[in-house]
Design a binder for this molecule. Sequence first.
Ligand code: FES
Length: 135
Amino acid sequence: MSIDRKEFLIIAAGAVLAGCRAATEGGAPVPPQAERVVDAGPASTYAADGVYSGYRNLGFFVVRNGERLFALSSVCTHRRCRISPEFDRSYSCPCHGSEFDTEGRVTMGPATRDLPTLQTSISEAGRLMVRVPAS
Ligand code: FES
């Protein structure tokens, strides 16, 4: 079987679009990054219980659970795809189906390691600072 130039271009364009879609939906591995500290805004922004996903693409979720405010990695421990929060505040990975509970503990593989909690601090100005480790 052979394909002509037009068929090749259609197939190639489809592959590129599929790759872009996977990347934007979190279905592609996150490239290695240097350690950094991210200013996640006023800590008062996170007063209500829930998962705040505004920093997902920078490597973490901000989670408020009662008195606890913490940052949880948004990078799957299996092969580094970006995970997504679910309505029940658990997390799932679009790449191979790993699932994590509300604290980031593995509930279904193939991942075997829990999502790490990232170091946080509150600045003098009341801003939440999140240290995202090198990866
Ligand atoms: S990268 Fe998440 S399950 Fe494989």
